[in-house]
Write a protein that binds this ligand. Structure first.
Ligand code: F1P
Length: 580
């Protein structure tokens, strides 16, 4: 690729670590020097940039000590992606326990409840009391609880509240915090009606960690490819760390395998190889990014049709497009074979909550297939040969409507037994991305399954991120059209406006409020309301940040700015003319 050099020196890979690189921001909010020009890149270059960013997850020394959870209940809790991964991981390890005829010990909590597994519910993240209530509910009657709070940015009040509660009840709760910032970068913003901040909770935990009464697992994995998009590396690293820890605990408990430093290291290395196996398919991923990008550019859709837990990664990736890129839920949608039966979430079927909660393949066949066109991209995600027959049937149905059908599948090296079926599927697809796993690793089926999940996550994150980049939703490496639906996002939006407009903070906040309330003059009531009121209102406003930016850069009226954005829906292009 002209002008792009993939053999980045160590200095570029580590530039973000320098003390004077964006010093006021925690690692998880910094912009990654590797992706500064992602908005101008081709699909191929986007995928290569993501590969470099992901490789930063393995740059740090993993010196954390892991504890064997001997207690009766393990609870993982988080907001957004962190809560969705808590669900994925707890489901996987409960299944492993069932296979060993053991009772299930893992539970998950997600801010906003089960509906947040499939849709964006950012507001509850700001509520520490809600966090405590949901923790108490899950732990009713338990005597010992290993609580794992996940907040990639060490920032969610929902999780801070739960950790504070654990610290007050040490006789029952052992608190663990997972995140990806150094402890001193934990958020120190006051939380409404609370005496603690995330930062002060972390400090208390650090003190207790000295006597192993609390644990912090917080390696820095480098800034995200798209600034602040913790669904990417933050999510992947959460999955890796917790799975390594639980796998070691299971091996120690059920097969007397001692937990050793080398054992943990070997497991980490298996995940590192997962990145190599996945990104060795750059051409195939590029094809998918291009297809998905083209669909989004002409306002059509991308559909992930998946089988087993790989489908869950499709559901998760799709649901994140709404808050991350200001996308409509119909832009990228996931479907799972078996629907809620396969999902097996706490609250059961959520179909009554609205059309976006229809997630079964039957729903796709009834609701989507009749209107499918060749401008829509359909992606089949499966393991071969496990799901081949069903995949073949689905592929034929889709192919009747559109040739724009693609497959991503995992297969063990040399597994030719059922390749005839696969040949049939291949003939129906425009592209097939085959991810081959070495045979020897098959000895540990669970590990390989988790690797396949991570690999699927990387591919889908690349597809949805790359497609939105190609749609023009990103400026440099910032999501410019983010939703401003909680305090963290409100602060991020204000900072972004400052960076892009070079205007003072108060002007930026004023423009942001005008865009949220859709007025040229702010009333006293508006300016004196708190951030929670603003973010509640912002749930129903679209294009808030682009609008604020145009107002700041042009001093146009709100209506003028709105009509400009309507004429030029590619946000990058709508604002770029004033910015350099
Ligand atoms: C939680 C989270 C993210 C989401 C968005 C809003 O962040 O829901 O998963 O992508 O940025 O916040 P965290 O608490 O894990 O840092």
């Amino acid at each position: 690729m002209a002008g792009l050099d993939w053999t980045y020196g160590v200095s570029t890979l580590r530039q973000w670590e320098s003390a004077d690189y964006e010093p006021s921001l925690p690692v998880s909010e910094k912009s990654n020097p590797l992706t500064r020009d992602i908005d101008q890149a081709s699909a191929y270059s986007i995928v290569k940039m993501l590969q470099l960013c992901d490789s930063q997850m393995f740059q740090e020394e993993a010196g954390t000590a892991y504890q064997d959870p001997q207690e009766s209940c393990v609870v993982m809790s988080g907001c957004g992606t962190s809560g969705r991964l808590a669900f994925l991981i707890s489901s996987g390890f409960n299944k492993a326990l069932s296979q060993l005829n053991q009772s299930k010990v893992y539970s998950y909590i997600i801010a906003g409840g089960d509906r947040a597994l499939l849709s964006s519910q950012e507001a509850p993240e700001d509520d520490p009391r809600l966090g405590v209530l949901s923790l108490k509910k899950v732990c009713e009657g338990k005597k010992r609880v290993l609580f794992i709070g996940i907040s990639c940015g060490l920032s969610a009040p929902f999780v801070a509240g739960q950790l504070d509660f654990c610290l007050q009840h040490p006789e029952v709760y052992m608190p663990v915090l997972v995140g990806f910032n150094p402890a001193h970068q934990a958020r120190d913003e006051p939380i409404q009606d609370c005496t603690f901040t995330f930062h002060s909770v972390v400090q208390r935990m650090q003190e207790l960690a000295k006597s192993q009464k609390a644990f912090l697992i917080n390696p820095a994995v480098g800034p995200e490819a798209i600034s602040g998009s913790s669904r990417m590396k933050g999510g992947s690293a959460t999955k890796i760390l917790l799975e390594v820890a639980f796998s070691a605990a299971h091996a120690a408990t059920f097969s007397n395998t001692p937990i050793t430093y080398n054992g943990v290291l070997e497991h980490m290395k298996a995940y590192e190889r997962t990145l190599d196996v996945t990104y060795s398919q750059t051409d195939g991923i590029t094809t998918l990014v291009e297809a998905a990008g083209q669909s989004l550019r002409c306002s059509r859709h991308v559909y992930y049709l998946g089988w087993g837990s790989l489908a869950l990664l499709g559901l998760i990736d799709a649901s994140e497009c709404t808050p991350t890129f200001g996308a409509d839920y119909e832009d990228v949608r996931g479907f799972i074979s078996g629907g809620y039966r396969e999902l097996n979430n706490n609250d059961g079927p959520l179909t009554s909550l609205g059309p976006k909660f229809s997630i079964a393949h039957e729903d796709f066949l009834h609701l989507i297939l009749p209107c499918l066109t060749d401008k829509d991209t359909v992606l089949l995600i499966y393991t071969h040969p496990d799901d081949a027959t069903e995949v073949g049937n689905m592929a034929r149905r889709v192919r009747e409507k559109t040739p724009n059908l693609h497959a991503v599948y995992h297969q063990a090296d040399g597994d030719t037994a059922a390749s005839l079926q696969q040949d049939d599927i291949k003939k129906l697809c425009l592209s097939t991305l085959k991810i081959t796993w070495p045979r020897e690793a098959l000895a540990s089926g669970t590990l390989q399954h988790m690797q396949r999940e991570l690999s699927t996550k990387l591919v889908l994150n690349a597809v949805s991120t790359g497609a939105h980049v190609l749609k023009g939703k990103i400026y440099q490496n910032h999501m410019i059209d983010l939703q401003v639906t909680n305090t963290k996002l409100y602060r991020r939006a204000t900072r972004l406006l400052q960076k892009l407009s070079a205007c003072p903070e108060e002007n930026c906040e004023e423009a942001l409020l005008k865009a949220i309330y859709r007025v040229d003059m702010l009333t006293v009531e508006m300016t004196s309301s708190d951030i929670t009121t603003h973010t509640c209102f912002a749930r129903n406003s679209t294009k808030v940040v682009p609008l604020a930016l145009v107002i700041l850069l042009t001093s146009w009226s709100l209506m003028e700015a709105e009509s400009h954005l309507k004429q030029q829906p590619i946000v990058r292009e709508a604002v770029a003319q004033w910015m350099w």
